[in-house]
Design a protein around this ligand. Structure first.
Ligand SMILES: [Zn+2]
Length: 66
């Protein structure tokens, strides 16, 4: 079996991504990129948009130094 990289297009932001992504909380079916998944999660606990981007920045910076 070949391990092909499957590119998906996020329906929320239109970004192409190859990582596993996240299941949208909206319908529990749609696969969205992990960033949008994080945004939905943060939104559901009442985090504002500006704050969401700050947290995503932090996550990205943390992942990069990995
Ligand atoms: Zn997205």
């Amino acid at each position: 079996m070949k391990n092909e990289i499957q590119l998906r297009k996020c329906t929320k932001c239109g970004k192409l991504f190859s990582e596993r992504g996240a299941v949208s909380r909206v319908d529990n079916v749609t696969i969205i990129c992990s960033d949008c998944g994080t945004r939905e999660t943060l939104e559901s606990i009442g985090v504002g948009e500006k704050e969401q981007e700050k947290i995503l920045d932090t996550i990205h910076n943390t992942v990069h130094t990995n």
